[in-house]
Design a protein around this ligand. Sequence first.
Ligand SMILES: [Zn+2]
Length: 192
Amino acid sequence: MSPFTHFFTGWVFANCFDLGRKDRALVTLACVVPDVDGLGIIPEIFTRNSAHPLLWFSLYHHSLHNLAFALVIAAIAFALAAQKWKTGLLALLSFHIHLFEDVLGSRGPEGYQWPIPYLAPFSSSLQLVWRGQWGLNAWPNIVITIVLLLITLWLAWRRGFSPLEMVSAKADSGLVAALRRRYPSNLKNLEG
Ligand SMILES: [Zn+2]
């Protein structure tokens, strides 16, 4: 699935637990971070028609989709978090939700399945694929993304914070205020 979908998955997942702002961000980002190995798409697109194309995306995409990198990310989350064990373990889980989503629906437009080399770089024996995998741009991904986005807006309305808190407290409270102005009903009952 796209990094966008993974991000909102991580956010909704993080909001299932009682975490502070920073820990929430760590758990959310753990659901996106495996895709840093896809950044090679940028040089690949720009050099596609050159004499020496850089095939970094083709070569390295999914090279960080593995248990070893998941443990590194969990350790970083543990180190940075306020609630260390809880956030570290949730980051580990969040990372695996990303892998699960990719197995479900990340088939490339050319039909390639992007198997997940779960034990890389130590072993290539375990490659996670699912025959029913749908395409990256298939409708289930669009539906899932829309549902996650709606849940995110509902959470913002209900709890008073959104993913914008990661970049700007002002933008975050602006969004919450706008949502609550637009949908004021029963808010007092819910908070009581
Ligand atoms: Zn991925």
